[in-house]
Design a protein around this ligand. Sequence first.
Ligand SMILES: *Cc1c(COP(=O)(O)O)cnc(C)c1O
Length: 384
Amino acid sequence: MSWQARIDEALEQRRQHGLLRTRTANQQGAGRWRLQDGQRWLNFASNDYLGLSQHPAVIAGWQQGAARYGVGSGASGHVTGYSEAHAGLEQALANWLGYPRALLFISGFAANQAVIAALAQKPDRIVADRLSHASLLEAAHLSPATLTRFRHNDAVALRAALAKPCEGQQLVVTEGVFSMDGDSAPLAEIAAVSREAQAWLMVDDAHGIGVLGEQGRGSCNAAGIHPELLVVTFGKGFGVSGAAVLCSESLACYFEQFARHLIYSTAMPPAQAVALHAALNCVQQGDALRARLTRHIQRFRDGAQQLPWQLAASHTAIQPLIVGDNHAALALSATLRERGIGCSAIRPPTVPPGTARLRITLTAAHEDEDIDTLLEALHDAAGI
Ligand SMILES: *Cc1c(COP(=O)(O)O)cnc(C)c1O
């Protein structure tokens, strides 16, 4: 089959199954409201859980950083791209989360790929939760190690997987909060089972950092564990973008030698590091924002009990309604759109076949009345 025929066929397949993905451009705003096609949308689809993407202190941080450093870092951190803004942020993150070192990456995707690529060797085994993020599973697939996926959030299945003979080292991989379901991993059990098997544990807390735990320190703090490798990302609760890997002194030094996404990539703009430092301060002082978010979650769950779609067992800001059929999920999303509500339908392969869903995300930027508007639209769509 020619290149062109292959591409046309792949697109046609997606189209037929209601799986074609497209992007729409915002004119303004990414917080409570989005402006698109000249219309204002109430936004229930962002991961900006604390509303920090629009926070004056974070915006001012970026502006001041740009005034001091310019807009780009100019090179990899290993050449001349590393600044006092990067170093200061790394130190603050390490202190805050209780690790000797933090290393900044330009994205969570890059951090996950870098860590797994740098660690995994041929006889090793990566034992990952089945529902782990694409960046983790793909990195494991691409690595020379073998990949075993264990049943979602099942520490017993994890123990069985770790008990199988392995000639190399074992790395357990899971997430604090799962992005498409909003449920939390049983981290205390997973850490205990990993330790028992002398495996290292890597936790990707993209959706927990800033939101859960004391002062927003995330899922591991909430569960009272301290994994060997903690990945936190800044595109969600921090409202910006980027990521950090928290680890020991020697591991950080190892990644400085062997993490290719760090070495062969332009460092994040120093101004972004300044903005992230401001976002970190907001997170640390963010108890009121977190309380507001918790109140919205409770309001939504209380109000959604009668809806005909399955409400996921989630107590986080991610509150998916499982619709099932791809086309039905798209139709529900379209019905909400008619009411000025933006909320995306998530379909396979992002989620398992037959579990297409409306991925509703709540944020501290919402008002109580926004939650009520959403609930009313959902009840009308259900005809109840
Ligand atoms: C969003 C996400 C990532 C990717 O992080 P980016 O910074 O957006 O690249 C990684 N892991 C999980 C679990 C995520 O939800």
